[in-house]
Write a protein that binds this ligand. Sequence first.
Ligand code: G1P
Length: 285
Amino acid sequence: MSNQKLKTAVLPVAGLGSRFLPITKSIPKEMLPIIDKPLIQFAIEEAIEAGIEKIVFVTSHTKKAIENYFSINSELEKRLIQSNKENLVEKIHPKYLDKVEFSYVFQEEPNGLGHAILQAKEHVDDEFFGVILADDLLMYEIGCLSQLSNIHHENNSSVIGVFAADPEKISNYGVIDGVLDGNSYKLNNIIEKPKAEEAPSNLAVFGRYILSKEIFNHLENTNAGVNGEIQLTDAIKSLIEKDTVRAIEIMGKRFDCGSKEGYISAIINRSHSIEKYKDALKKID
Ligand code: G1P
């Protein structure tokens, strides 16, 4: 059992968002809204639910929107109060903003997820830290990081979230080779974006990880992999040789908002859960 609380989460947000151009020319893909709330806010709320106190964004100098979004806008708050719209102040300044510490580190060039995570090294003090990829959205009563955190505390090991992927989509993801051991899988291997016929299983990595700080040493020694980028998956593969890495199948509805299909599904799904939009949806031919 690990008694140490999981305090830090790293959120890489420096990607180019090329699949969503032109909107991502000026708006980071993590700022895309699921109706009125950006993807990044779902991620922050999930982190806070899991007890995270320190959020480290790995961002790029061209992406000020995220930093602005999590900063206090006193001018707007004052105006809302003056026009008797106090109820909206909580929306733009949720109380949790005052309880978490936000830090920003910069990834100067887009060189892969592994490279992005490595930039956060100096900001991680504890033995383990969480990673959330905000474009993977989960809708469930228990947040994804909390689901991982339970297994992490039981085993004091790194834990990755996985799901059973459709065979035709498996090559978009990291794929694990693991054996069921109690209520989680113990990993023997992990492969980034394998060809369907070479995938070791149908269990694909969802963008949630709890990783041992050791991963930074492995990242420092990881060469460019798929797409010529430093892959987090390759560093995890190397970590497995020394440390136990586990995986659990995530419970809940998953949306890969890095794809347009997933993004649209997430919006429709959220609309169905809000009474007034439910009716509006029925009226669409
Ligand atoms: C990244 C990871 C991949 C993982 C995926 C989850 O890929 O490299 O292992 O399965 O996130 O969304 P990307 O979506 O950045 O291509």
